[in-house]
Design a protein around this ligand. Sequence first.
Ligand code: F0G
Length: 395
Amino acid sequence: MLEVHLGEVDISPKELDKRAAAREFPYDSGVWLFKELIHESMPSKCIVSRREGNTKLYSHKRVSEFAGIRELYLKHEGENPTGSFKDRGMTVGVSEAVRLKAKIVCCASTGNTSASLASYAALAGLKAVVFIPSGEIAYGKLAQSIAYGAKVVQIKGNFDDSMRLIQEAAAHLNMYILNSVNPWRIEGQKAITFELMQQMGWDGPDWIALPAGNLGNTSAMGKAFSELKELGFIEKIPRIAAIQSEGANPFYLMWKAGASELVRVKHPDTIASAIKIGNPVSWKKALKAMKISNGVVEQVSDNQILDAKAIIDASGIGCEPASAASLAGVKKLREKGVIKAGQKVVCILTGNILKDPNTTVSYHTNKLDSIKPSYMNPPVEVDGNLDAIMKALKA
Ligand code: F0G
């Protein structure tokens, strides 16, 4: 189960555009729309879909000015049904589990994957087991996984421990694993790239930036682009900028050193809980993606991530902390002169603004250790009378 290879593909961009306009099952999903490029032989009766994908592209003057890029777009994967891009890989992974007649599906997660798995498993009538690092994932994501009915196992350890243990447990207990070690997850995640290219009239940007944790998404993007190029759907492959947090940066360290092996970060630490990962499982495929796209890997601080998030949020678009690493990375690469002001750039916003609300409120009230917020908007507390309210609003 290392990688899926496309066979003959009998579909063209024009036909895909027509199909998008018609919107019939299963092509009303922003993943299954590209079925021939993802899982051609999947029978319709096995497809478990929430019409995922179909996410929008945004641009905003304030975001552009912040990064110093004139033409900058944000693709909002937080608009997926469970609040993150994970739904794209999950619809394919869970459909495959149904096709294989699996009974139990499982994953380890920093939050989003578990919520996504729990939802799709419930839809399909499968049992779901998720391993999460105890006390380290966003509360809303824990709530979502429990509420959708998954068996939630809180591991006393970090995500990397959870990831190692779920692989062992899956083998022992005959559970179908749905982390990105499962190639069908990667196949589904390719749809971000397909949909983006379709939205841009199959003429891509110069750069695409995305937050990098377990590296499944980076891998999927590289694979998607090399297939589109091979099929003749596109002429040039955009450069991928994979952005890590400084405290959880094994891929960055490896790339910067030009090394051929990844050295894990033993104690990953970042406020962006989704990408708090020291031993990413998909680093080999992600390295391939960097080579295919002439990509770069950059790292950003928690402070830079939260300032970028504040700008995305205040522009009315909003995202979770990890997602903002993409914009923080683009700003840094612009300042270094790697990305030019006149180049066309897309940032992938991987998750919803409602994740990690404590972090957001603490940022705006300046209650985070070692973070100096540049764009605070603290709420005010007043006595319950009109005088006090007038005074507060005039100030
Ligand atoms: N952004 C968000 C919001 C994520 O949830 C993740 C990963 C990433 C970025 C990084 O993507 O792992 O493909 O490099 N979340 C996983 C999870 C690990 O369990 O939800 P990646």
